[in-house]
Design a binder for this molecule. Structure first.
Ligand code: BUP
Length: 458
């Protein structure tokens, strides 16, 4: 018999971009009466992930933690140098051990929600034990449409790239870079997961009707791919638990002292390092834009390897930079609470790599965005930013694989233009209004969440 109180297990894969929406979804489900078992594949890759899971679990007695120890894995057997993609593969290769772990959970589970990157390996495991399984798609509906269409695109040789609800004929260069190499680990995973998603009980996604209306209509109207499951837009998912860090102690008091909407926030996400030359151009561009700025500077892909402190920043940006910009700019190399920054009244604009969580946080903060996509799904997400009115994307700005450097004059001009535009601020404020409406009781996404929870109990 179905449980009166739904008990849901969540299985994220790897990287903050994937973990964050899982934590947020878990909190949202708990607020709708679910008990949560949060599965942690161990060892985790980054210190940030370990910290956030820990803080989340200790924030409520409704959350339980279940460790899923991974099998050793020979990385030389696959083509990829990305530690997060390698972890997706390692989790997938440990999949057969998950069945007994899931079966042993008490009280019995009502459903499993798993990360899209684990679809093809974990869905069959859930099916074997007759456990309903939902995918959490951790990016935009635009990217979901690409993912569902890609097996067909690849089979046709990728000549015409039609993504329902997004683009009728997309240039191959707009696809995530690894997809240009069929041997890449990411490409194989992407195709297999795109095919396997059709067998899920539903695809949960952190977006909302007003942000991606055409794409959601295409997906929900079954126009994208025949026979694919229910798409459930539950966004924008709200913050789960805040973590206060040493960098926040530097940043928040500094922001408190700045004029309203005067600061541009610059971040390329938790796993993107720019080249040293591009970093120096960005520094010079910010300096000559005349705008106040707060810049989270990542130098390595995995945070454990990040160099901390002023010396490292000085070495990268050229001696004297920090002193020269002291009155109007702050550069931090550690983890800051980005959501708190984007909600701060002094922050008025966001130069972003367009990781999907960052886009949803910008929307909730009503923050105009200057999109600078770098990897993976970010280019498709930047299209959403532009189409929705949340921001602008100078489409010639470089991304992975392109050697061209965006020069300081271009950066200075674009940043100054963004910060001076009342029209851009008003358009972003409208996106915020719609985002808040979707996430408020009675809003489209709240209704979707309620439906989802009722499915767990019937
Ligand atoms: Br960096 C950084 N503080 O200092 P995305 C990131 N974040 O709170 P990504 C901080 O991490 P993938 C920091 O607010 C967002 O929720 C940020 O996710 C938070 O980008 C999350 O925006 C980052 O999806 O993810 O990390 O590049 O590449 O895995 O999609």
């Amino acid at each position: 018999a179905p449980a009166a109180v739904p008990h849901v297990a969540l299985l994220p894969s790897s990287g903050m971009g994937h973990l964050t929406p899982f934590l947020r979804l878990a909190a949202a489900l708990a607020s709708h009466g679910c008990v949560i078992t949060f599965i942690t594949p161990t060892p985790v890759v980054s210190a940030a992930e370990a910290r956030h899971v820990e803080a989340f679990i200790s924030s409520s007695p409704l959350f339980r933690r279940l460790e899923f120890p991974l099998l050793p894995f020979d990385v030389s057997s696959v083509v990829s140098d990305d530690p997060f993609f390698l972890q997706f593969e390692r989790i997938s290769r440990s999949a057969r051990h998950l069945g007994p772990v899931l079966s042993s959970v008490s009280p019995p589970l009502s459903a499993l929600i798993l990360d899209v990157t684990l679809t093809s390996s974990i869905l069959p495991i859930a099916a074997e034990i007759s456990l309903p399984a939902y995918i959490l798609f951790t990016s935009s509906a635009g990217m979901l449409s690409l993912c569902l269409s890609y097996p067909e695109i690849a089979a046709s040789g990728g000549v015409t790239i039609k993504i329902p609800g997004v683009a009728e004929d997309l240039a191959p260069s707009s696809l995530p870079q690894p997809l240009r190499d069929p041997r890449n680990l990411f490409t194989g995973q992407f195709i297999e997961n795109g095919r396997a998603m059709a067998r899920a009980d539903g695809i949960i996604i952190n977006t909302w009707e007003a942000l991606e209306p055409a794409t959601l209509a295409a997906l929900q109207g079954s126009k994208a791919v025949s026979g694919f499951p229910l798409v459930i837009p539950v966004g924008p998912l709200l913050a789960a638990s805040d973590i206060h860090t040493a960098a926040d102690d530097l940043v928040i008091p500094w922001l408190d002292a700045q004029p309203a909407s005067s600061v541009v926030f610059v971040s390329f996400g938790s796993r993107t390092a720019l080249s040293a030359e591009q970093l120096r151009e960005l520094a010079a561009g910010l300096e000559s834009s005349g705008c106040r700025f707060l810049w989270v500077l990542k130098t390595k892909k995995v945070d454990r390897e990040d160099q901390e402190g002023e010396k490292a920043v000085d070495e990268l940006l050229g001696e004297g930079f920090l002193q020269r910009v002291e009155w109007k700019g702050k550069v931090v190399s550690g983890w800051v609470d980005q959501r708190a920054v984007l909600d701060h009244p002094s922050v008025g604009g966001f130069v972003s790599h367009c990781g999907w969580n960052s886009v949803t946080e910008a929307a909730l903060g009503g923050m105009r965005v200057l999109a600078w996509p770098r990897h993976g799904d970010q280019r498709i997400n930047a299209m959403v930013v532009e189409k929705s009115g949340l921001g602008k994307w100078p489409s010639l700005w470089t991304w992975e694989g392109d050697d061209e450097i965006v020069r300081r004059e271009e950066i200075a001009g674009r940043v100054a233009e963004l910060m001076a535009s009342p029209a851009a601020a008003a358009a972003a404020a409208k996106v915020k209004e719609e985002a808040v409406r979707a996430a408020t009781a009675g809003g489209s996404s709240q209704r979707q969440l309620e439906d989802l929870v009722s499915r767990f109990t019937c």
